[in-house]
Design a binder for this molecule. Sequence first.
Ligand SMILES: NC(=O)c1ccc[n+]([C@@H]2O[C@H](COP(=O)([O-])OP(=O)(O)OC[C@H]3O[C@@H](n4cnc5c(N)ncnc54)[C@H](OP(=O)(O)O)[C@@H]3O)[C@@H](O)[C@H]2O)c1
Length: 218
Amino acid sequence: MKIGVIGTGSVSKAISGKLAELAHEVTVGARSADSESLEAFAGIDGITTGSFADAAAAGELLFSVVAGDHTIEALEMAGEDALAGKTVIDTSNRLDTSREFALRSTASVDNSTAIQIQERFPEAHIVKSLNTMTNSVMIDPSTVPGDHVVFVSGEDAGAKDQTKLILAEFGWRDAQIVDLGGIASAAAPEMLMPLWMNLVIARGGFDAGPFNFAVNSA
Ligand SMILES: NC(=O)c1ccc[n+]([C@@H]2O[C@H](COP(=O)([O-])OP(=O)(O)OC[C@H]3O[C@@H](n4cnc5c(N)ncnc54)[C@H](OP(=O)(O)O)[C@@H]3O)[C@@H](O)[C@H]2O)c1
C-alpha cells in the first residue's frame, strides 16, 4: 500500500522503517523537501522523501507523526484536499518541552490534537492511536511481555479497520487492540501522558527499558 508519513522524528523513523520492511511504499515528508531532517531516510529501500504535501499526496493512508502543538500547521502544509477521504493515523502528544526533562503534558478534553484536527479537516478520517507507548513498542509489541494494549479512537469505522490491519502487521494481536469509540474518546489516551512520564521517572528513567499499559478484566 502507498503510505505517506508526515513527520521525520523518532516515531517516523520507527514507523516508516517498519512499513518499508513490510513492503509498503512509503513517502516521508518534512516541512521542506530538502530538509536536513530527511537525511536519515536517504537510501532506505521502499522509502522516498519529500515535503509534507508530497507525502500526503502520495499516500493512500497517512500517518501524522508531528508534535501535537504543530500538527494542525503540518497538516495544513500537507494540504486539506490531499487528506480528504483518507485515514490519518495521529500518534501525537501535546507536550510543553520548555522545561528540562519534565515534558509536561498539556492535553485535556479541551486540548486534544485528534479532536482538533478532525474538526479542522472534516473530510479526513482521523484515527488516534499508538501515542501511549514509546516508538519501539509501537512497531514491535513483543518487546514488552503480556497483554498490553494499543488504543484506537475515530469516527469512521472503515478508517479504524484500516488502522487495525496496520497494527496487526506491526504485531498487535486482536486482544491487544482496544477500540475506545469515536474521536471524542481520543482525549483520554492523550491525557495518559502525565502518567506515562511519571512511570518513566518512577522506573528510573528511559534506560529501564520499554513498558506499556494493560487492561485486565474478569
Ligand atoms: N518519540 C516517541 O517515542 C513518541 C511516543 C509516543 C508519541 N509520540 C508523539 O508522536 C509525535 C511525533 O514524535 P517525534 O518525536 O517522532 O517527532 P517530533 O519531534 O515531535 O516532530 C517532528 C516533526 O515535527 C515537524 N515540525 C516541527 N516544528 C514544526 C512546525 N512549526 N510546523 C510544522 N511541523 C513542524 C518537523 O518538521 P521537519 O522535518 O521539517 O523538521 C518534524 O517532521 C509527537 O507528537 C510525539 O509527542 C512520540
